[in-house]
Design a protein. Sequence first.
Length: 279
Amino acid sequence: MNFPTNKEHISYSEVKNWRECPWKHKLMYVDKIETYENNPYAEFGTIIHDTIESYLKSGAMRTDDVEARLQEKWNEMNFDSAEYISKMVIQRKKFDLKYRHEKFDSWVKSANNILAAIPEFMEYNFGDWEYISAEEQLYEPMPELGLNFKGFIDAIIKSKKNNKEKYWVIDWKTTGPRGWYVDKRRDFLVQAQVGLYKKFWAEREQIPLKSIGCGYALLKRNTRQERCAWFMPVSVGPKFITKSEKLLESMVKSVRKGMNLKNRSNCKFCPFYQTEHCT
């Protein structure tokens, strides 16, 4: 093994963390300092993902247990407690931001609105569609880098719209009421996740790139049902693939050389900010 993380693979999230700050990548993946903290956004997203996955497989949207699952997590993690709220206020204050607490009932309402919108969202964007896979694992060799690329595709479907058949690689993203701002939607690093998933899945399945679409399904909390699901397609052609491959190559070479520079312009929300690990 000649990679500093002592793993035989890299993932998109690892590449993203490196691109944002090589020093943060070192702390997380080389030094293996644990940073994850349970939070309502991740728990909400997991339950939404699971319910949509079940819908794609069965064709029936079953939401009868969603509120109970949310309640179980909220009780377990004490997300509505004064202690948790105080902790979040302090964390946000480090970045000169205010914390706006969302009560449990608003999360339940958002979940119901999002899930109720999914069947129409799928029909509108993909016409007649067929379930292919969910949580499809990628572990694809990159011989030129001596590593594998690891990832999980949220959903793969085959659509028929306007008499044209096409595969779609979809990633579900739960967001705030405004979705993603234009700058984020245009950010290559953001687009690269589904772009890389499409590239590696197409190569493995030997399907031409032009026969596969990809994009993000943005699922918005705290907004009306008719506005809470929006599809953001990502165009992935030969130029995009070349740029993605160069990104992977740059990351691997940089990490191997130990070029762990601190990117002071990306400290916002970094778990290591103002800690013993990064001063």
